[in-house]
Design a protein around this ligand. Sequence first.
Ligand SMILES: [Zn+2]
Length: 84
Amino acid sequence: MEIIPMIKVSLSDLILIGMALGVVLVCTLWVVAVIRDRRLSQRIRNNTVFCRICGSAYQTESTTEVTVCPVCKTPNEKNTMSAI
Ligand SMILES: [Zn+2]
């Protein structure tokens, strides 16, 4: 019968390891949330078109360069909003 060597861990070490794993988990989730938020805001920024006649902003998912304003029906070119 083979004897498996056991590692002795005190209670304080166990608590420390648990807290360290918790901190790593929270940091990982935070980084993932920040990356997802940046991608979402980038997509919204790329799909927003400002009408050159009435000035209204609208969202479009179409890939064509020219879109029609839903307010005044004027064709607009897709423009890129620059970050402030
Ligand atoms: Zn318009």
